[in-house]
Design a protein around this ligand. Sequence first.
Ligand SMILES: Nc1nc2c(ncn2[C@@H]2O[C@H](COP(=O)(O)OP(=O)(O)OP(=O)(O)O)[C@@H](O)[C@H]2O)c(=O)[nH]1
Ligand SMILES: [Mg+2]
Length: 300
Amino acid sequence: MKCGFCTILGKPNVGKSTLLNALLSKKVSIVSPKSQTTRDDISGIYNEKDLQIVFVDTPGLFEGEESLYKNMYRLARRSLSDVDVVLYLIDCSVTDYAQDDAFLASIKTDSPIILILNKIDLANVTMMEKLKEHFRTLYPNYEQVEVSALTNFGLKDVKEAVKKHLKEGYPFYPEGVITDKDHSFMAKEVVREELLHFLKQEIPHECAILITKFKEDEKNIAIRAVIVCEKETQKPIIIGKGGEMIKRISMTARRNLEKMWGKHVTLYTEVECLPGWRNDSRKLQQLGYGSNKNDEGEDC
Ligand SMILES: Nc1nc2c(ncn2[C@@H]2O[C@H](COP(=O)(O)OP(=O)(O)OP(=O)(O)O)[C@@H](O)[C@H]2O)c(=O)[nH]1
Ligand SMILES: [Mg+2]
């Protein structure tokens, strides 16, 4: 069978996680209209007869100052090693290509790069022609695939374009496994997705979720999650008047997890302040954002 790894790269908010979920017809990566949603490399495994593609969703390419963002940037870059195909996503609704030009020029890989022109539902014919011509001139050898991940347009073309570059071999994951992440990771991400949903941009970006309890049996899952924020002043906003906001966040996250897992979920959520966590390597490690792989911190 044909098997291989395919990393999904691009600026924040271009639709990488939406594309991963659409390709798998299953939610494995959280999505939000706010930038810098994805903080980890998340593998989603696509299987069909005689084909396995391990798609790797990555944090949006963004060079922020804090260690958290530096780690995220490094993760995205590192996803380029040992990969068979690179999908570089471009948002067709944007008309300034300078950042994409810079990122594309900085990608060092021997693997084929496919340009995924996403959000075509938001672009008109003139915008599309201009964009396609721009990237065709710069990268005449890169295949371009037009996609709308939100409306499931072009997904088959993406899989076909990737498949052409894969080699024969054994599958990397057994059939039935759809992600490399466990349920506790998903719980943390779904709570974070609701923070992004209900609160203004700065607060969720300064928060992490720590899962301190995860107990699962045949029918029930009990979870305790701590929302870790940067500043004491953020606590009352996250909790809300009479606990209204945290109740809303918890309830929506719990419902989404129940839908995802088909089990009864109990979710207990609390808020704690841990100033400076985004710049403290030990705290980042404790919150799941540290780098425990061999990495000298070099840009690749
Ligand atoms: N109209 C339209 N919106 C899309 C499409 N794909 C994604 N979006 C929206 O774009 C926003 C960002 O999507 P994400 O999938 O979170 O983007 P991302 O690239 O993973 O973002 P980061 O994780 O922050 O790097 C969400 O509001 C999506 O619904 C598309 O094809 N068309
Ligand atoms: Mg994402």
